[in-house]
Design a protein around this ligand. Structure first.
Ligand SMILES: Nc1ncnc2c1ncn2[C@@H]1O[C@H](COP(=O)(O)OP(=O)(O)OP(=O)(O)O)[C@@H](O)[C@H]1O
Ligand SMILES: N[C@@H](CCO)C(=O)O
Length: 293
């Protein structure tokens, strides 16, 4: 028996659409047991096995290497990453499935191979790369190859995920993003992405607010998240350093200093007044990525 523990991820981080992402210390764990015959998926609700992302991803990796398995029970053991909330739940399933295949094939896959297969399934690398290697990452996906690099993240930062009770499907949220941009908007985002990487690497926390601004996807997705302006305004008033939509939403992410002890309680009071139920999680960066236990 073995377990695969995969971190949640926050993609885009404001301006880095499909490029930037970071792993968070919040995990989904899948347990795998050898059985006599057949593949059984336990704890995934009503999803039939052939539509289950963990199963499909495992099978894709096994098929690629023409490896056959029979007799497996895969259980969703600790599912802490909420589905379709912009915290990389799909990447946990994809990376989880590929890692199960890798273990069954005696760990023949390199990280690059796991990332390549995972990105092919997900379509973009920004959740997959940090889910595999941990930390904050920059990734470029071109002609089937993923090139990636890690960014330093200060241990003094905390990432506050405000998770609403409504979902936003990535597939739907990608439809509202335009096909073309003005030169001014491109320059705006190029500057912010470069500044975000530099400011993170140098620990220049005061530059993070400007560096997480975006004109590529957030202005178009904001309408999918009622009260976003109100929530970000309040977060600023109580000391957040930067605010952005996590992945394709619906989670809103803010960056705070680890010493801002009152932030969670103050934010909770505001969120009780806005429509719906919002959960808050104050998270550290995960620095190691997926683990086989
Ligand atoms: N625990 C789970 N069990 C089975 N399938 C899951 C689970 N979590 C996620 N999925 C699959 O992933 C899909 C959600 O992916 P989607 O990309 O919309 O959201 P996300 O990955 O949470 O958000 P983002 O990509 O913006 O971070 C679900 O429809 C389902 O197919
Ligand atoms: N870059 C992706 C992340 C969500 O999977 C998006 O914003 O659509």
């Amino acid at each position: 028996m073995f377990k695969i523990k995969v971190p949640a991820t926050t993609a885009n981080m404001g301006p880095g659409y499909d490029v930037l992402g970071m792993a968070l210390a919040l995990y989904n764990t899948f347990e795998v047991e050898q059985t006599v015959h057949g593949i059984e998926m336990v704890g995934f609700g009503d999803i039939p096995p052939h539509e289950n992302l963990v199963y499909k991803s495992m099978q894709k990796a096994l098929d690629f290497y023409e490896h056959k398995v029979d007799g497996l029970r895969i259980s969703a053991k600790k599912i802490n990453v909420p589905m379709s909330r912009g915290l990389g739940s799909s990447a946990t399933c994809i990376v989880g499935g590929i890692m199960i295949a890798n273990k069954l094939m005696n760990n023949t896959l390199s990280n690059d191979e796991i990332i390549r297969i995972g990105t092919e399934i997900e379509g973009h690398p920004d959740n997959i790369v940090p889910a595999v290697i941990g930390g904050m990452t920059v990734s470029i996906y071109e002609e089937g190859t993923v090139t990636y690099s890690k960014v330093n993240v200060s241990k003094d930062l905390r990432f506050v995920a405000m998770i609403p009770d409504f979902t936003v499907s990535t597939h739907e949220a990608r439809k509202v993003v335009p096909e073309r941009y003005s030169k001014a908007d491109c320059i705006f985002n190029i500057g912010r992405v470069a500044m975000l990487v530099a400011a993170m690497n140098n620990g220049e926390i005061e530059k993070l607010r400007m560096a997480t601004e975006d004109k590529v996807h957030q202005p178009y997705r904001a309408s999918l998240i009622p009260n976003i302006e109100n929530i970000f305004k309040h977060a600023k008033q109580i000391g957040s350093k930067a605010e952005f939509i996590s992945g394709s939403g619906s989670t809103l992410m803010v960056i705070i200093d680890k010493d801002n002890m009152n932030f969670e309680k103050d934010m909770q009071s505001l969120l009780k007044k806005v429509h719906g139920y919002w959960q808050i999680k104050v998270l550290k960066t995960d620095t190691e990525g997926v683990k086989v236990l």
